[in-house]
Design a protein around this ligand. Structure first.
Ligand SMILES: Cc1cc2nc3c(=O)[nH]c(=O)nc-3n(C[C@H](O)[C@H](O)[C@H](O)COP(=O)(O)O)c2cc1C
Length: 324
């Protein structure tokens, strides 16, 4: 099976060989992971959401020597020091920025004026259209299965992608629940032109996530994650003691203020970076149930890509043979 990147709009847009994008993830995706994925022919993303500006600068400096290939920075737009992050992105001539969690209208023109390719992450067709109007170059449509922050609408990837595909004309990347080449095939069949993968890369050797967290993901089974904190910012979490505390408070009718107090500061760092599996916040997607091994990031890209290409040449094998 031959794949021609010149016929794929995502490969063209980012100048990459395979339309496989490693998601920006707080406390997991630093320069090591992003460089490994970019060097494997995909697009690696540095997750700036957990980085002070001086930390982001360190990662950008390392990235310049770790890869000569295209890469991106994920910029959650709610971040308080966003203007400092944008300054660094311009200084280091970052070629691609994935914005999320905010309004793309404000920063898209600034980034585009500097020649940067801009992509925004959404969880609904309505916001995909807004992104297109705001002038972004591509959209990531992320379904309910995904790890991390998520939409309130609870639309699954399987239902979201075809609707967004019908609504927008710019390139479309699917996210949420994709951990294999077969899953990639499924969303490409629905109209996506590339995939953004988060949870699977948490269990890569290069991810900066704590080994306790990686092992907890390996042990997760079906039903072990849940969308939580819907009154604040909905986030899919692994069910641990912290999750149970929040869940009990929500059932007892806790106000957003009480939930905010429960959350406190630094929960995500505590869980995902420091490895406190009881008190920390552990963001991960439903696909964790199928992740069974910590692998080098390049091997994850290769495995997904090979399975995708094989599935393209024999997609209906599980049904038996379909004759033309
Ligand atoms: C540990 C973790 C941290 C994440 N942090 C961010 C983030 O900082 N910014 C963002 O836009 N999305 C974040 N996400 C969502 C991912 O970028 C991605 O869209 C999602 O993981 C895709 O779904 P999947 O987990 O099923 O692969 C995070 C996801 C995980 C698992």
């Amino acid at each position: 099976m031959q794949f021609d990147p010149s016929e794929n709009r995502i490969c063209q847009l980012f100048r990459i060989e395979k339309p496989v994008i490693q998601a920006g993830m707080i406390w997991a995706s630093g320069w090591r992971l992003a460089a490994a994925v970019s060097n494997a022919g995909g697009l690696g993303i540095i997750g700036a959401g957990s980085m002070y500006p001086h930390i982001l600068e360190e990662h950008l400096r390392e990235m310049q020597t770790a890869t000569g290939r295209p890469y991106a920075v994920n910029l959650p737009l709610l971040y308080p020091d966003i203007d400092k992050h944008v300054e660094l992105i311009l200084k280091y001539k970052v070629p691609v920025v994935f914005t999320s969690a905010g309004n793309p209208k404000i920063w898209t023109p600034v980034l585009k004026a500097a020649g940067i390719t801009v992509v925004h992450v959404v969880s609904s067709t309505k916001f995909a259209l807004k992104c297109q109007e705001a002038g972004v170059d591509a959209v990531v449509a992320e379904g309910f299965e995904a790890g991390g922050h998520n939409g309130r609408e609870e639309t699954t990837t399987l239902c979201l992608i075809p609707e967004v595909r019908k609504a927008i004309t710019i390139p479309l990347i699917a996210a949420g629940g994709i951990g294999s080449g077969r899953a990639m095939f499924a969303v490409m069949a629905l109209g996506a032109e590339g995939v953004q993968i988060g949870s699977r890369f948490v269990c890569s050797e290069e991810a900066s996530s704590h080994i306790n967290f990686k092992n907890a993901v390996l042990n997760a089974g079906e039903g072990d994650t849940q969308l939580s904190l819907k009154q604040l910012t909905p986030v899919r979490l692994l069910k641990n003691d912290f999750y149970k505390l929040v869940s009990r408070a929500e059932q007892e009718g806790a106000s957003p203020e009480t939930l905010n107090e429960l959350l406190g500061r630094g929960r995500a760092k505590k869980g995902m970076f420091e490895g406190d599996l009881s008190e920390g916040e552990l963001e991960i997607g439903q696909v964790s149930a199928g992740i069974r091994e910590i692998m080098p990031a390049a091997a994850i890209v290769e495995e997904i890509w090979d399975e995708f290409l094989t599935t393209c040449s024999q997609p209906f094998k599980s049904y038996g043979t379909v004759k033309a």
